[in-house]
Design a binder for this molecule. Structure first.
Ligand code: AMP
Ligand code: MG
Length: 281
């Protein structure tokens, strides 16, 4: 058996009282192994996640009304895409609804900021994954004054009310804020400039945004202080180690799915009768 967590991920990563500026982005809270042990455990836990996800899907197929929503936030290179590929990638794709949110389109700009988000909430039985989210509207928007302060100030409460509604309707919400150090971000951006297979991920704006890191830290802090609720908790994820970030999100999803206490849907037919029919067919 692989090396296990020494403490529960949902407890050690919970954002309560967390100061973004003080975070050690290279730490691995709750896990005292290294990369090799982390990858070993991830392989094991991915199978647990996969079975839980299939139960959620089966539940949805048989009238169940539950779903899970994973919200990923983080600066460029924080590893959001890696979570999608390596964590979400380990479950059955038909049970996953992935949505990424970029600069709003002209159509999206014609509506309130939650319009495009609401449309992508996961259906019953699905794991929804947001690569960026409604939080961009109090992060990049706040840092760059894209709307007046009076407007973005109201958005924290609007987001809380929106998430409460989704939670009440049966969605378990898990919000993960991923942080890498400025040095690690520099390394990762350098790779994007040095490796042809990574050019496509690079945007010149990523370098511009580095200068705004203190403002982003403040904006992230406000998000954690004002939108960390019991029905939609934030987890703060040190992400310099990709293996750790992936292991931790796997564990958070296992925790979220476990709260649903789902079992395999019972047969809605007489098993003996159907076996008899099958034998005779
Ligand atoms: P990427 O995730 O690398 O594809 O980049 C998407 C870009 O869209 C990021 O620079 C985000 O900050 C930006 N973005 C996402 N949502 C918004 C928004 N509501 N307003 C302005 N920019 C946004
Ligand atoms: Mg990018």
């Amino acid at each position: 058996m692989a090396k296990q967590w020494i403490d529960r991920a949902d407890v050690v990563l919970r954002a309560d009282g967390q100061r973004v500026a003080d975070l050690d982005t290279s730490s691995t809270p709750g896990f005292d192994g290294g990369k090799r042990e982390g990858k070993e455990l991830l392989a094991e836990r991915a199978q647990v996640l996969s079975v839980l996800q299939e139960k959620l899907f089966a539940h949805g197929r048989t009238g169940g009304q539950r779903s899970v929503l994973l919200i990923l936030q983080g600066m460029d290179t924080a590893g959001k895409g890696g979570i999608v590929r390596h964590v979400i990638g380990s479950v059955d794709p038909q049970g996953v609804d992935h949505a990424s949110f970029g600069v709003p389109t002209d159509e999206e700009k014609q509506h309130d900021f939650l319009w495009r988000i609401r449309k992508r909430l996961p259906a019953h039985g699905q794991i929804g994954v947001f690569d960026r989210s409604q939080y961009e509207d109090v992060l990049v928007v706040r840092v760059h004054d894209l709307v007046p302060q009076a407007e973005w100030e109201q958005r924290y409460d609007q987001i809380n009310a929106f998430e409460k509604q989704a939670a009440d309707a049966g969605t378990v919400i898990v919000k993960v804020a991923m942080f890498v150090s400025l040095d690690e971000q520099k390394n990762r951006l350098r790779q994007r400039l040095e490796r042809p297979d990574k050019y496509w991920k690079f945007s010149p704006a990523d370098i511009t945004e580095r200068a705004y890191w203190p403002e982003y830290q403040k904006a992230y802090q406000a998000v954690l202080d004002r939108t960390n609720t019991d029905y939609a908790p934030w987890y703060v994820l040190p992400s310099d180690h990709k293996w750790y970030a992936r292991l931790a999100v796997t564990e958070l999803l296992i925790g979220a799915l476990s709260t649903l206490k789902l079992d395999w849907p019972p047969a809605n037919f007489d098993i003996a009768e159907q076996l008899r029919r099958l034998d005779e067919s």
